[in-house]
Design a protein around this ligand. Structure first.
Ligand SMILES: *Cc1c(COP(=O)(O)O)cnc(C)c1O
Length: 383
């Protein structure tokens, strides 16, 4: 692909694949549920405005963010659909969230009081959803006490302060054993039954990506997919084939900036932990941990060059990574190597890279740094 942004190292984003993954979610819930596209953390590093604009024609109910600033970014980009902030708002952020007509999620009465005060100041009033903690433990009202707080929440509502939704969040929808998710769902139902308002008047939602596919019956009024939209497997621990694979969205590529043949006994990288045992061909890639390609992704890892695997050797540096190209005489300086994604028939998945780093695909994606330009890939450039 020839593009000024693709001079050193970059991320290719396939927006058609994002849209296809969105439609896969919609089919899984049988079109019964609305879709809240989770675009928090800059759409998992891919660009929240870019992703929201790509999804607008598919008519999501709205978007989910984690901070007021993320919601403001979408409003500034012209997004007028509901934007739900799924984390409690720090008190200094409440005014900004209110002025941009975001929808707060409320976890306690103090937070509701702050939102109510802000609602008095904005002409159209404000909406909020209540979060119920059924075991995630980080936010939400206690599921066991919904009769108590339910009355207090309702008492604060009025024309300017509208209670429009209620949700919970699963902690283990990706786990092989789904008992915990079933328990959380039952707690959620118990709590809903005790509320002083009818479920019919609230938008009820619970499912993240993993739950969409494993528990489509928990779709309720809306679902909140994130990782699946961006090509991540929501439940890598499950037997392959248990849930649909998303279409890959992301490719991370970097140029070869140097190719050399080195004699036996040559060392590479900080600590010189790798030593050549024979004549080898080494290639230097213009990417490193300063781009979010973490040192842990190196030791057992590889990249794709001209459709073949080339092992990463030595420690990954801040700006450079060295690979072993022995046996690839056709490789040239300027070739693009693939660190994540497809090259011909070969593929390095997000999950493979996450496994090398002892982490999860979410963290690989959100860790990709701002130094990597994000490039929207046209469908035709599959090479
Ligand atoms: C991040 C998040 C989601 C999306 O989760 P995925 O596993 O990425 O689908 C849904 N709901 C809440 C509250 C979240 O924080």
């Amino acid at each position: 692909m020839s593009n000024d942004l693709c001079d050193r190292a970059w991320i290719e984003i396939d927006l058609d694949a994002v849209r296809e993954n969105f439609e896969t979610v919609r089919r899984a819930v049988d079109r019964r549920a609305a879709i809240i596209a989770m675009v928090k953390a800059d759409a998992y590093g891919l660009g929240a405005t870019r992703i929201a604009r790509a999804l607008e024609p598919l008519d999501p109910w709205g978007y989910g963010v984690a901070t007021a600033a993320e919601g403001v970014e979408l409003r500034d980009a012209g997004i007028t659909r509901p934007i739900l902030v799924v984390a409690p708002l720090p008190p200094p952020c409440v005014g900004d969230a209110a002025r941009h007509a975001l929808t707060a999620s409320i976890s306690d009465l103090e937070g509701l009081d702050r939102w109510a005060a802000a609602a008095e100041q904005v002409p159209g009033g404000l909406d909020f959803h209540v979060e119920i903690d059924t075991g995630m433990g980080r936010c939400g009202f206690d599921w066991r006490e919904s009769a108590r707080w339910g009355d207090a929440v309702r008492a604060r509502c009025g024309p300017a302060l509208r209670w429009t939704g209620v949700f919970t969040h699963f902690h283990g929808a990706d786990a092989r054993d789904d008992a915990a998710t079933r328990t959380q769902w039952d707690r959620f139902q118990d709590a809903l039954a005790q509320l002083p308002v009818s479920k019919e008047d609230l938008m009820v939602h619970a499912a993240n990506s993993a739950a969409v596919f494993r528990h489509p019956s928990y779709a309720a009024d809306a679902v909140r997919p994130g990782i699946f939209l961006y090509g991540g497997d929501p439940a890598p621990a499950l037997r392959p084939g248990t849930i649909p694979r998303p279409r890959p969205v992301v490719a991370v590529r970097a140029r070869l900036v140097l190719v050399r043949d080195v004699p036996p006994g040559s060392t590479v990288g900080y600590g010189a932990v790798y030593v050549s045992r024979s004549w080898e061909r080494w290639g230097t890639l213009a990417i490193g941990y300063g781009d979010g390609f973490r040192r842990e992704f190196g030791p057992t890892g590889a990249v794709l060059v001209r459709g073949r695997r080339a092992p990463i050797i030595g420690r990954i540096s801040m700006d450079l990574t060295v690979v072993d190209l022995t046996g690839a005489p056709e490789v040239r300086v300027g070739d693009a190597a693939t660190l994540i994604g497809r090259d011909g028939a070969a593929e390095i998945t997000l999950e493979e890279v996450a496994g090398r780093g002892g982490t999860i695909n979410y963290e690989v994606l959100t860790g990709l740094g701002p130094r990597l330009p994000r490039v929207e890939r046209a469908a035709a450039t599959e090479s």
